[in-house]
Design a protein around this ligand. Structure first.
Ligand code: NI
Length: 140
């Protein structure tokens, strides 16, 4: 943080009380830190709404490795999108189920396209894309 500016915020007492309870449950030590994180989240969401913005994403998939050819398809997809797939992690959850976490990097639009093609594959039981904006990440 270069320079810090203090601002005053007026809030309804009930709203402030709910906010304080929420941030206490989340483990925040101060309102300032919680508010800074909220502002960062909003700014990140704004960046992620632009398909050309750069981001990283963790794509989590749970699938039954007996039921389909998902593992082979996952490998093919990762190789055909080599620039976007930067890492992956495989965990054998039980006799049937596997968890795959694939980290993608690139423009938001391309990440979403690749991630959606993974999530929509036959045999994928659960899937989730977690995008994080990398633009302006050096700002406080
Ligand atoms: Ni497995």
């Amino acid at each position: 943080m270069d320079k810090v500016e203090r601002i005053g915020v007026s809030l309804d007492k009930k709203l402030l009380s709910k906010f304080d309870s929420l941030i206490a449950r989340q483990g925040y030590k101060s309102r300032s830190e919680a508010i800074r994180d909220l502002v960062r989240q909003q700014l990140s969401s704004e960046v992620l709404s632009n398909p050309k913005a750069h981001a990283v994403a963790a794509v989590c998939l749970v699938y039954d490795h007996h039921a389909t050819k998902v593992p082979q398809k996952l490998i093919e997809l990762q190789h055909s999108h080599l620039l976007q797939a930067i890492s992956s992690l495989h965990v054998h959850l039980d006799h049937h189920n596997c968890l795959e976490v694939i980290v993608l990097r690139g423009p938001v639009g391309r990440i979403n396209k690749v991630a959606e093609s993974l999530l929509s594959m036959k045999g994928v039981k659960l899937g989730k894309i977690n995008l994080v904006a990398t633009e302006h990440s050096s700002d406080s």
